[in-house]
Design a binder for this molecule. Structure first.
Ligand code: GTP
Ligand code: MG
Length: 322
């Protein structure tokens, strides 16, 4: 990652505010862009107008140093930027081809599907694969795994690492795991991502499952709008983290059980349009025979509709034997 600017350098941030920001885990100026003025004002116990000025000054400072892009850029710059995106192999050539190279940096990719469709296995495989050298489909970087369902398994990581000739102990050390207890905790964790990304040279972040905690806590129609609002905030935080720090973020999501709708679409992911609007790519995972799974790209602006067949093995995600 390029240059880092201390929050102290932002015009309008004095010693006291700088200390408060550091205590909140906001050390790098870029991290200030993850907050809305209202959020920042609450956190600093200050006026919204002042928080707004701090965010704007932070933004201008980053622009001056060329650390965020100008608001108006030429289209050739955009193309050049797209060509700089990097990919992490999923372990399956078929799935990589469907995704045009694998799971991409600077974006949020959602994998959704019913239980046993392979979401957690895929996250485990990616957490190992990101550590591979570039010529083997990795980024030679480390992973963060946010586990909300207590399904992270170090012994699976060991198996996947062994299959790739990686030192299992070293591989485990290169994965930072956090258990999220509830949605409040999950939102807090998302705010400490910038700091963790810097400290640990992170290239991949898994959030497995991202939506389940919201679903579990905000039950019933009366709670729906509150839930969607929080979920919306969380999803947009993730998107900004992916873009600002150029990491690949994968979120997993279950499909909605709709027992009351007999002829409805049984393959709808939870979270509705809130999640749909915030993720960059959505991939639906469908169970087939035994350990065979089918991945389908849903609503992507740049991928043609398509399917890929992959398999789950002891060694992680791979292609079925032909
Ligand atoms: P939920 O979290 O319950 O929604 O499911 P999920 O989509 O996360 O499913 P997960 O990734 O946990 O996939 C579970 C499936 O992976 C199991 O049904 C097994 O078929 C397969 N699987 C998991 N571990 C292994 C393994 O070590 N070897 C093999 N061959 N298959 C495995
Ligand atoms: Mg799972």
């Amino acid at each position: 990652m390029a240059e880092e600017i201390d929050v102290k350098e932002v015009p309008g941030v004095g010693d006291v505010t700088a200390r408060k920001l550091r205590e909140l885990g906001i050390i790098d100026v870029k991290a200030l862009l993850l907050y809305s003025p209202i959020q920042l004002a609450e956190m600093l116990n200050t006026a919204v107008e002042r928080a707004e000025r701090i965010i704007l000054s932070a933004y201008n400072l980053l622009k001056e140093r060329g650390l965020v892009e100008d608001d108006f850029v030429t289209a050739d710059y955009l193309l050049e930027k797209l060509s700089r995106r990097r990919y992490i192999t999923t372990g399956s050539r078929n799935l990589d081809t469907l995704l045009r190279g694998g799971v991409v940096t600077g974006a949020v990719t959602e994998f959704y599907g019913e239980f046993g469709s392979g979401k957690t296995q895929l996250c485990h495989t990616l957490a190992v694969n990101v550590q591979l050298p570039e010529e083997e489909g990795g980024l030679d970087k480390n992973a963060i795994y946010i586990d909300t369902e207590k399904t992270f398994s170090p012994s699976r990581i060991v198996e996947i690492a062994n299959a790739r000739g990686l030192d299992p102990k070293e591989t485990l050390r290169r994965i930072v795991v956090a258990r999220a207890f509830n949605t409040t905790h999950l939102l807090l964790l998302s705010h400490s991502l910038p700091k963790k990304i810097k400290e640990n040279n992170i290239g991949f972040i898994a959030i497995d499952s991202a939506v389940a905690p919201f679903r579990a806590e905000y039950i019933g129609r009366g709670k729906l709008s509150e839930r969607q609002q929080l979920l919306n905030r969380f999803m947009h935080d993730l998107l900004r983290v992916a873009e600002l720090y150029d990491v690949a973020i994968v979120i997993t999501n279950q499909v909605q059980a709709q027992p009351d709708i007999m002829f409805g679409d049984p393959t709808k992911p939870v979270g509705g349009h809130v999640v749909a609007h915030a993720v960059t790519y959505r991939i639906y995972l469908k169970k087939s025979k035994k350990n065979i799974r089918i991945a389908m790209i849903i609503d992507s602006p740049e991928h043609p509709p398509g399917e890929a067949v992959f398999t789950i093995t002891k060694d992680g995600i791979s292609d079925p034997e032909t």
